[in-house]
Design a protein around this ligand. Structure first.
Ligand code: SF4
Length: 427
């Protein structure tokens, strides 16, 4: 028996209610279960009950044993003075509030259908990566679709919240926030930290002054990234000269060079190549955030991240190191990655901030139109018969796996809830 199982039983009222009474023998009627609270304080808030002849409004605390009240020191915590019912499995001790009054207790022992606990145990002990794999075919498609949609929205909103943190750190400036998020996106998986540090080391106002001049922009980006400290060829020498002047003018401090990772990377993903692509994007996009808000079609979003790199970077992937083939610029999958990790989170953050769901819907629709291959997480669900068709599906599967399946959070998942219902006579 786990406490979260008792929370679930109380939340959904999956117990036998015949002759319901507190352990003191007073008749009990549940008029409102209360809202599940995942923060500090009692487990359910704003519940409404009738105990005997009196109606009580307040919180409900759930424990496996009544004595856990003392173990958690609730008798000394004024937050628990509003508890009007203590729901337990085993009523092994009377408990009191700070003012000494007794807390009414409901014991669920003997009231819960054993099949519910058995189904939950099967989910908890399953060996498969998706613990409900054995039940999956029995769950209606609509339940799965709705849960995946919920996981997608939750994942997008979590990314949006992260962007809002950045937004606050830049004194609520959307262009600065978009600049930071864009740079972070250009780090892709391996060099995110380096690009984020670069965003701080090279402020947008400095970039803006030189955005129209690609060589100066490259000098600022490569210089601040620490790539202009040794000599290599004529082009690098030109950037070094430019950077020395700009660095002095703006008193800039470059990020430490060892932050950049090249190991086990294809040359096309080298941070130097990404910096050249970023310079091209910044060169072509003044007021990037405004353009992002105005974009409508996938093509328009793709164009935000596509720009021809300078002649030097068409033939190099590092200073002084020529590429065998001519560089074609940023690839389609990288552009889609930037739409997923830069455009969609920015739209969502803006939607959350302005309380306008239309931007969040726009982000969802955008991801729904991007065709994307499977990854090792989506394949787990595809093995069960589900099919990912777009980036939205992939993002939904990633969210479902990370927040629900991997931690076996089945009681908070609509698919798990359906399984519990289908496998219990009491539910
Ligand atoms: S969290 Fe949901 S989808 Fe994942 S294993 Fe549990 S019931 Fe299945």
């Amino acid at each position: 028996m786990k406490e979260d199982f008792l929370h679930y039983i109380w939340q959904h009222q999956y117990y036998h209610k015949a002759a319901l009474a507190t352990t003191a023998g007073e008749p009990l009627q549940v008029l409102r279960v209360g809202f599940y609270n995942t923060d500090a304080g009692p487990d359910f808030q704003e519940a409404l009950l009738r105990i005997g002849e009196v109606e009580w409004s307040g919180s409900v605390e759930v424990h496996l044993k009544a004595s856990d009240w003392h173990r958690h020191q609730h008798q000394h915590d004024p937050t628990y003075d509003q508890v009007v019912l203590h729901v337990v499995w085993e009523a092994d001790a009377p408990v009191r509030r700070m003012d000494g009054t007794l807390v009414p207790v409901l014991s669920l022992q003997g009231r819960v259908d054993l099949s519910l606990g058995h189904t939950y145990q099967r989910l908890l002990q399953a060996k498969s990566a998706v613990p409900c794999a054995a039940f999956w075919p029995t769950v209606p498609e609509v339940t799965k679709a709705l849960m995946l949609e919920r996981a997608l929205v939750e994942r997008l909103e979590a990314k949006g919240q992260e962007v809002l943190q950045t937004f606050r750190s830049y004194s609520n400036d959307w262009e600065q926030t978009a600049y930071h998020t864009l740079l972070r996106g250009f780090g892709f998986k391996t060099n995110q930290q380096g690009f984020e540090q670069l965003a701080k080391a090279l402020p947008l106002p400095v970039v803006r002054r030189h955005q129209h001049n690609l060589p100066q922009l490259e000098a600022l980006l490569f210089g601040q990234a620490g790539f202009l400290d040794e000599s290599a060829d004529i082009y690098k020498a030109q950037l070094q000269k430019e950077y020395a002047f700009l660095r002095h003018k703006y008193t800039l401090q470059p990020v430490p060079r060892p932050i950049w990772k090249f190991l086990r990377m294809r040359p096309a993903n080298f941070p130097t190549v990404r910096l050249a692509q970023l310079a091209a994007v910044l060169h072509g996009q003044q007021a990037f955030f405004s353009k992002l808000l105005a974009a409508d079609t996938v093509k328009q979003f793709e164009m935000l991240f596509k720009a021809p790199v300078s002649a030097y970077w068409r033939q190099h992937y590092h200073f002084g190191k020529s590429a065998k083939a001519l560089q074609q610029g940023i690839g389609k999958s990288s552009v889609h990655n930037l739409i997923i990790n830069v455009a969609a989170p920015l739209l969502t953050a803006y939607g959350l901030y302005t309380d306008d769901r239309a931007y969040i819907e726009k982000a969802i629709a955008l991801l729904g139109q991007l065709r994307e291959g499977s990854n090792k997480i989506t394949r787990l669900y595809e093995e069960l018969g589900w099919q990912a068709k777009s980036a939205a599906d992939n993002q939904a599967a990633l969210g479902l796996y990370k927040h629900y399946c991997a931690p076996v959070n089945c009681l908070r998942c609509a698919i798990g809830h359906k399984i519990m219902k289908q496998n219990s006579s009491a539910a």
